[in-house]
Design a protein around this ligand. Sequence first.
Ligand SMILES: C[S@@+](CC[C@H](N)C(=O)[O-])C[C@H]1O[C@@H](n2cnc3c(N)ncnc32)[C@H](O)[C@@H]1O
Length: 233
Amino acid sequence: MNHKGDKGAGAPPRAGLGHTCAMTLPTPTLAGATATWNSRYASTDYLFGTEPNAWLCEHAAQLPPRARVLCVADGEGRNSVWLAQQGHQVEAFDVSERAVAKARALAQRAGVEVAFQVTDCDAYPWAPARFDAVVAIFVQFADPALRTRLFAHMAEALRPGGVLVLQGYTPRQLAYGTGGPPWVEHLYTRELLEAAFPGLQTLVLREYEAELHEGTGHHGRSALIGLVARASR
Ligand SMILES: C[S@@+](CC[C@H](N)C(=O)[O-])C[C@H]1O[C@@H](n2cnc3c(N)ncnc32)[C@H](O)[C@@H]1O
């Protein structure tokens, strides 16, 4: 199975990846995850490209003008920089300092400002009702326990009326192997996302397939799911 860019996203590679979905897996260390991602981002090429994610572009009209936006695990900055180019006030974080250095360079070349931080999602200084939008594109490094904490922080960070834009892979992606982690428990189903944000109103929840051309990291036929949801006003 060829899991390209975000193989084991957030976690160091685990042995026997093609056969491990049903196994109990060792908890990865943060240092290991950071080192793994830094090495994935070592090339001067942008692993997931420099163009914004299509699901984000399709739904960005849900954001108010000059929105205060948080991009979670933003990687090399393709989404945060594009949002800043649309006139939004963007903050972004990622655990990989190599990714954030490339994101800063991308922002500089684009002539926009993004407030970048290098931090693990558990250590990020989450504050309630701070953002008009939270963007989480392919943050499937998170295992179920981490995902529960991360999703709760993301929902809480939205102001009343604020919008969540999220995309990930479904378990069908395991057959494609064109990106994403190889562990089924990291992937999203419709039921999982319906239950994940009890305080938010779902605006769009779509399971679909598409050809992705996001650098070499996400490339080819892909089994995707996207969510757009709004915090109550
Ligand atoms: C598949 S990449 C997606 C990057 C970006 N969202 C995009 O769509 O281009 C997943 C990102 O999660 C980051 N990451 C992994 N574990 C993390 C953690 N514990 N806290 C914050 N970021 C993390 C990785 O460094 C990587 O940039």
